[in-house]
Write a protein of this length. Structure first.
Length: 476
């Protein structure tokens, strides 16, 4: 468990502070509360709910729960892979540091070590200055790469540069791209474990050293490539798909923009590097498994909606890859299931405009679609798949975001071992969002039977067409 930056004891206000204290994403922490009894308290309801927790209660629960899972032979809570292998945030620089308005850090050290730090600082500043001058006139390259630096563990983006630090806060390397990147973002300010952070630090090839993956969110779309840096700052590869894909009668051409990155670990411990790229204006997206050493494409799957989740797990006793996101054909959320070595082709579509005409053969062995509810539809949005995980070895649990003003306004579904629908649930956060939109006059109905009916149909591709799964009672 990570160390909280707040003094003990005390109160954690809201999901974000609770998640940061545990070193997890907010969706993971909400799932822990729902499934495993994470001690979270609430005040109020109907749109005015306040969520909070106490650090000492959380820490006691974490110790007891982790001990129980380890005693059962599990490595981590709920069978999750270690943070570095699934896109969870990595440790930030040391807690004695504060962050200034421009995203830079300054340390409040003890007096005994100041003299050594000042001398070291002058040396580092000199090296950085020389490196910057060299990089300033030589285009995109690494400006500073000290050989004695530790493992990459934290990062900052500013102006045209990526700066990477080790776990002690020491500079590992700085890379200048030669074009502007969003300033003020860092591992201090971005705590996302869903693949959407601009930088992912992870050991992608299992050699014990962390690599640094960067999605360059440049103004010029052609520069929005995926960069992979070695632990010492050398460029390992740069990747961006090229070519045109045809959906229906329309052609969608490059540039394809780096959207998300994932490093997954299969049940056998093997690692895979995945990258998602989206069209520069419209809906198609592509998932590629990349060789972690050279960036060559190993597998490729095309979707008619955004891909926001990639996860490896075991379902019904065999390894599978879950690919989740949105489906523009049905304006809802989607979950595709693949064997790990056959992530290929494209997803089937009911309407010709959303079927890929020049993708390679193949497709998911199972595809499930989940509807958008009123909070998403009224905002002109559609549902998207947040999480999918396996319970009891043969049940798939699915979390679907329903848009609106809160990303936590979710619905839940459970699929059985044969893909049948076992149960459906509307979260308390969705109900609170619904009540808020009612008061604002955005929704014209009270929460109730209308929303229960909107939970269906759930559809499954049977190899020839989409069929509607029998509905179930909705839990609240």
């Amino acid at each position: 468990m990570s160390t909280s930056p707040w003094p003990e004891p005390g109160r954690l206000n809201g999901w974000k502070e609770i998640a940061l204290h545990l070193g997890k994403g907010t969706r993971t922490v909400q799932r822990w509360e729902k499934l495993y009894g994470l001690p979270v308290h609430r005040i109020g309801r109907e749109g005015g709910e306040i969520v909070f927790a106490f650090r000492d209660e959380i820490d006691r629960w974490m110790t007891a729960t982790e001990g129980r899972f380890r005693g059962n032979g599990a490595d981590t809570l709920d069978g999750e892979a270690p943070a570095s292998s699934v896109g969870e945030p990595v440790p930030n620089p040391p807690e004695g540091e504060a962050t200034s308005g421009d995203g830079s850090r300054h340390a409040d050290r003890d007096h005994g070590g100041r003299r050594a730090l000042v001398i070291g600082a002058f040396a580092v500043v000199g090296l950085v200055a020389l490196g910057w001058v060299f990089a300033r006139f030589s285009g995109s390259r690494t400006a500073y790469r000290p050989s004695a630096a530790g493992q990459p563990a934290a990062w900052r983006m500013a102006n045209e540069s990526l700066t990477v630090f080790d776990a002690s806060g020491a500079l590992v390397f700085e890379h200048r791209f030669g074009f502007a990147v969003p300033s003020g973002t860092s591992s201090d300010t971005v705590h996302l474990g869903d693949g959407s952070a601009p930088v992912l630090i992870s050991d992608i090839d299992g050699d014990g050293r962390n690599e640094v993956l960067v999605k360059a969110n440049a103004t010029e779309r052609a520069n929005r490539r995926l960069y992979c840096f070695e632990a010492d700052g050398r460029t390992r590869f740069v990747h961006q798909p090229t070519g045109t894909r045809r959906f229906g009668d329309d052609e969608y051409a490059d540039p394809w923009l780096a959207h998300r990155t994932f490093v997954t670990r299969g049940p056998d411990g093997s690692r895979r590097l995945w990258a998602v790229f989206t069209h520069n204006l419209w809906f198609p997206s592509v998932l590629q498994e990349l060789d972690p050493h050279a960036g060559a494409v190993r597998q490729e799957y095309w979707s008619n909606g955004f891909i926001d989740l990639v996860a490896e797990t075991a379902w019904n006793g065999r390894p599978v890859v879950f690919v989740g996101g949105t489906n523009n054909d049905f304006r809802g959320a989607s979950l595709a299931v693949f064997p790990p070595d056959r992530v290929s082709g494209s997803n089937p579509a009911a309407r010709p405009a959303y079927a890929c005409r020049n993708c390679s053969p193949g497709g998911p062995e199972a595809l499930f679609l989940f509807p958008s509810l009123c909070t998403a539809r009224r905002a002109g949005l559609q549902a998207g798949l947040l999480e999918a995980w396996v319970e009891r070895g043969n049940r798939i649990r699915i979390s679907v975001t329903q848009g609106g003003t809160s990303s936590h306004a979710s619905t839940y579904y459970t699929l059985g071992p044969d893909g049948e629908l076992l149960d459906a649930e509307i979260s308390r956060e969705f109900q609170a969002e619904h009540a808020l939109l009612e008061r604002q006059g955005v929704l014209d109905h009270r929460f109730g039977p209308t929303d229960d009916r909107d939970m269906f149909p759930v559809r499954r591709w049977d190899g020839r067409r989409f069929v509607e799964l029998p509905g179930v009672a909705v839990d609240h």
